[in-house]
Design a protein around this ligand. Structure first.
Ligand code: C2E
Ligand code: MG
Ligand code: MG
Length: 941
């Protein structure tokens, strides 16, 4: 990263060309160095041989000078010389070669000249003897000594060589003799060079006699920070000049510096170097430009690695040199991204697992995300049914998220046990029809190759997770791992929901009957109560207690008792609608919560149904048992707005039902509970006595033409203390006390009397319908009393319609009474049809003329298709049996329209007319006589 950053940043952009330039420059410098080294060596060698040559040349010159001086000296000393050789002295001085001439003794001592002894034994001397000896004026003067005849003596004549001549004419270097005596040293000859030369000579390293002829000591030294070279050459004489210490010529010179060799090519080298640097930089810059963009692209991709936003390297950035790097970045980026997505998904699922109790969100998440993580075409989750190993459902999802139907499949037991024992995922390349039934839905969506992971919970295969591909997937171990992780989460979700469900059921349901228990019941009641308060709807609570249940336990044992309770539970459930709650509080106490009870009557209808259902004997332990029920009914939110109060109400009402002789339902009534309102026998007697009862009348109309076809008489209690009371407040108590017979008698009498009056007034409504209780019908003399009343008021029997509920069919006596009534000529109507036994057989067997469809079937017409079908069926069925059909409780125009279309004969309901007192009804009838009375029907028709 840093490298790429540096490479692409500005500073590095300059550094690359520099680097390239240096790279070019370096070998060039090395080469120049090598050349310089060799040139320098050559120069030094040349210097050295030059010095040797120079020294040799000087030695030859010096030898030639001395030889010519010797020749002159020989000439001047030839023959006998006068004793006082003045001429000789003059001649010598005139020659300019000699400074002076000294004549020595026979022993050779010249007096002021060098001692002969210095020249050793000179007696044998034929030529000249070269002596170097100090004089008073010179450090070392050079002498030529010769034998000569001076006077009569053989003496040595010493010729001192004139230094002005000897050393003149050219730059004579250092001259010394073998005894290290310096004969001549020019001022320019450096002292350090003299030192080196003298040391050499002192050490005996002298060319000449002792050494081979070509021996030249190599003199090398450092001084004044520079390198010096020197050479020595012997002065050799061809004439017979001898010397006790041979003379030497020494030359010295500073060796040339290394760079000196470069001097001639310096500018060329510099130019070439400069060119190299320039070219290198240009080249690097042009290559750098190309790579800079590619590197920036790599950097971008690299920065994205490890983030969910990773994007692979751009194709154009894949320069040959970078292709491999780009591949590595792409591969690792994609891999990390996949891992991140997988981790993310697993995290999401884990959150769901922690939060939700339901399986669906987890399944949804897995189905949705596995396609992303594994890049598969389809994902399937096959859930094995909990109660069967062989059956299951397959949920499928495709990579494009199209919703797929759930498929039921039959599992191959062989593959189930195979998967249950495989630790990790397995691949399936060829899907076999029966064996891989759970892959079929994915196969149908085009997948050919599958990865399959078992989902094991409690050591049992509970599901199979499968990923489907159109082409064979790469065998990636990470992929297998991800699949296993998903399968693991699924296993947790499955076991969690199974356990949660189990715990929930344990906590909320009665294990014996599987009905909601007290806890769930209270919860639901609180909910319904809140709903009803919020939405303005009404509900009812029924408290059901089995009468004489204890007897069952006592006679046939608890196990049989339990069995009986289970049957009771089933019967109770059958009495209510979907959505209503039947619960068992414990023992033989049950409750029912009814929802949407728009009319309290519905609650009593359901109670009646319950009572009738429990009247049928229950066969347990080889015996028939009768366990009738006492029911307390309370309405909410009318009666109370708290669960506790509602429970007290229902319980109180239930005890009233028990008190009134059991096997009945009693509505809660606040006044009744407070003992202010007395529903007992004495209370009703009083009302009857005081003529507090009255009849209200509700008209019925022909749906085809809107004409009034009849009137129903409905009982009311005008209590001076509590106002107008509906029959629901009277009838149950009257029935319970048996007073119903008297009250029912009064109703019939009053209704017929009113009808007679209307007939007299010429406003006869046609038929008059009167409700009778099944308790009345149980009295065999009932038909006779009807007869008597009809006769008394002179009413033709066919003007009277007697309404009864289906419960009449359960009683044999009542059934017989029906026949007698029919024989009388009165019309029989079956009230509240559809809420009781509703058997077609009863309709066929008994002389029923009219069927009144219960209001509850009309409630959600025509919106609810189920109610619509039911109402339609009742109409068709009744017509098929030759009955007239009256629809009760028509409250809307839509309901009426619906009924007309279905050819229902008559209608009665608030939409057409409310029940009204006799006086009001009379007015309506009078209006009708004077003109059509039913505007509404006409409007609609
Ligand atoms: P029912 O025989 O089915 O009478 C119809 C009931 O529905 C009446 O209630 C009436 O007021 C009501 N009703 C009529 N049209 C509509 C409507 O459009 N919407 C609604 N929500 N209700 C409507 P009521 O008068 O309270 O009578 C209730 C029940 O009491 C009667 O049901 C009948 O079974 C019984 N009953 C009434 N009078 C007597 C009687 O003299 N003797 C006996 N034994 N029972 C009676
Ligand atoms: Mg009725
Ligand atoms: Mg009715």
């Amino acid at each position: 990263m840093r490298l790429i950053w540096n490479l692409t940043s500005g500073a590095a952009g300059r550094r690359i060309p520099a680097l390239v330039a240096v790279c070019l420059l370096l070998p060039m410098l090395v080469m120049v160095g090598a050349v310089v080294r060799s040139l320098h060596a050559r120069d030094v060698a040349a210097l050295e041989s030059g010095l040797i040559e120079q020294a040799g040349a000087l030695a030859t010159v010096l030898a030639a000078r001395i030889e010519s001086a010797d020749a002159l000296a020989a000439q001047m000393t030839a023959g006998a010389l006068p004793a006082i050789p003045d001429a000789l002295r003059r001649a010598a001085a005139d020659s300019g070669l000699f400074r002076r001439v000294l004549v020595g003794g026979s022993d050779g001592s010249p007096g002021m000249g060098p001692a002969v002894s210095d020249a050793g034994d000179t007696s044998q001397l034929r030529g000249s003897l070269l002596i170097s000896a100090p004089t008073r004026t010179d450090v070392n003067a050079a002498w030529l000594a010769r034998r000569a005849r001076v006077g009569n003596r053989d003496v040595l004549v010493y010729f001192e060589l004139a230094s002005t001549w000897l050393w003149s004419g050219f730059e004579m270097p250092l001259v010394l003799d073998a005894h290290s005596s310096v004969l001549f040293r020019p001022a320019t000859f450096p002292a350090h060079a003299s030192g080196v030369v003298l040391a050499q000579v002192g050490a005996g390293n002298i060319p000449g006699a002792v050494a081979p002829a070509d021996y030249v000591p190599r003199l090398t030294w450092q001084a004044e920070g520079r390198e010096w070279r020197g050479a020595l050459a012997p002065v050799r004489f061809s004439r017979a000049i001898v010397s006790d210490a041979p003379w030497l010529i020494a030359v010295a010179q500073v060796a040339p510096g290394r760079m000196a060799a470069l001097a001639p090519v310096r500018s060329a080298v510099l130019t070439v170097a400069l060119l190299a640097v320039l070219l290198g930089a240009l080249l690097a810059a042009s290559v750098g430009r190309r790579y800079r963009w590619a590197l920036l692209e790599l950097q971008r991709a690299l920065l994205g690695v490890g983030t969910p936003q990773f994007k692979p390297v751009n194709k154009e950035a894949r320069l040959p040199a970078l292709a491999e790097l780009a591949n590595v970045i792409d591969e690792s980026g994609a891999r990390i991204q996949e891992d991140l997505v997988a981790l993310d998904t697993l995290g999401e699922i884990d959150r769901l697992l922690l939060g939700a109790t339901e399986l669906e969100p987890v399944m949804d998440a897995i189905l949705k995300r596995v396609t992303v993580v594994t890049r598969c075409q389809t994902v399937g989750i096959a859930l094995l049914d909990t109660d069967s190993l062989a059956l299951g459902r397959v949920f499928v999802s495709t990579h494009d998220g199209q919703p797929q139907p759930v498929t039921r499949v039959e599992f191959d037991l062989d593959i189930v046990s195979h998967l249950a024992s495989s630790e990790e995922g397995v691949t399936i390349a060829r899907c076999e029809e029966g064996r891989h039934s759970f892959l079929k839905p994915m196969l149908d969506l085009g997948s050919q190759f599958f990865w399959v992971w078992p989902v094991i919970s409690n050591e049992r295969l509970v599901a199979v997770l499968a990923a489907g591909f159109a082409v064979a997937p790469v065998q990636d171990p990470r992929f297998a791992r991800h699949g296993s992780e998903f399968a693991g989460r699924l296993a947790i979700a499955l076991s969690k929901t199974a356990r949660d469900e189990h715990l929930y059921r344990q906590a909320h349901f009665d294990p014996l009957t599987s009905l909601p228990n007290r806890l769930l019941f209270r919860d639901r009641l609180a909910q319904e109560l809140a709903n009803s308060v919020g939405s303005g709807s009404r509900g009812a609570l029924l408290y059901i207690d089995l009468d004489h249940f204890k007897k069952v336990n006592d006679t046939v044992g608890h196990a049989a008792g339990d069995q009986l309770l289970q049957i009771v539970a089933q019967r109770l459930r059958a009495c209510v609608k979907e959505g209503d709650t039947v619960a068992r509080l414990g023992g033989d106490e049950f409750t029912v919560i009814l929802r949407n009870v728009s009319d309290p009557e519905y609650a009593s209808v359901v109670s009646e149904r319950v009572i009738e259902a429990l009247k049928i004997p229950i066969s347990v332990a080889g015996r028939d048992h009768h366990v009738p029920a006492s029911i307390g009914i309370t309405l909410f939110p009318d009666d109370a707005q708290s669960v506790e109060q509602l429970m007290r109400n229902a319980d109180g009402a239930m005890y009233l039902a028990k008190n009134r002789g059991r096997n009945r339902a009693v509505f809660f009534d606040r006044r009744l509970m407070a003992n202010r309102f007395d529903p007992t026998q004495s209370g009703l007697h009083r009302a009857l006595r005081r003529r507090e009862f009255s009849l209200y009348y509700q008209p019925q109309f022909n749906l085809a033409d809107g004409s009034l076809v009849g009137i129903e008489a409905l009982l009311r209690w005008e209590s001076p203390r509590d106002g107008l009371r509906p029959p629901a407040d009277i009838i149950p108590a009257a029935e319970a006390s048996g007073l119903i017979v008297d009250i029912g008698g009064w109703v019939l009498e009053a209704a017929c009397s009113q009808l007679a009056l209307w007939r007299e007034q010429g406003v006869s409504p046609g038929r008059l319908a009167v409700n009778v209780s099944v308790e009345q019908l149980k009295f065999a003399e009932f038909p006779r009393s009807v007869r008597r009343i009809l006769d008394k008021h002179g009413i033709p029997p066919d003007l009277i319609e007697i309404e009864m509920t289906e419960s009449v069919f359960a009683d044999e006596v009542a059934g017989g009474v029906l026949r007698q009534l029919a024989d009388l000529g009165v019309r029989l109507a079956l009230d509240d049809f559809g809420t009781g036994y509703s058997s077609l057989n009863y309709l066929r067997q008994h002389p029923i003329k009219v069927v009144k469809i219960d209001r509850s079937f009309l409630e959600d017409l025509p919106m609810n298709p189920a109610s619509a079908t039911l109402a339609e069926t009742i109409i068709t069925m009744a017509h098929a049996l030759g009955k007239e059909v009256v629809a009760e409780g028509v409250e809307t125009e839509e309901q009426m329209q619906f009924l007309r279309e279905r050819r229902c004969d008559h209608a009665q309901g608030f939409y057409l007319a409310h029940p009204m007192p006799a006086a009001e009804m009379t007015k309506v009838l009078q209006q009708r006589r004077d003109g059509p009375a039913v505007e509404r029907l006409r409007e609609v028709g």
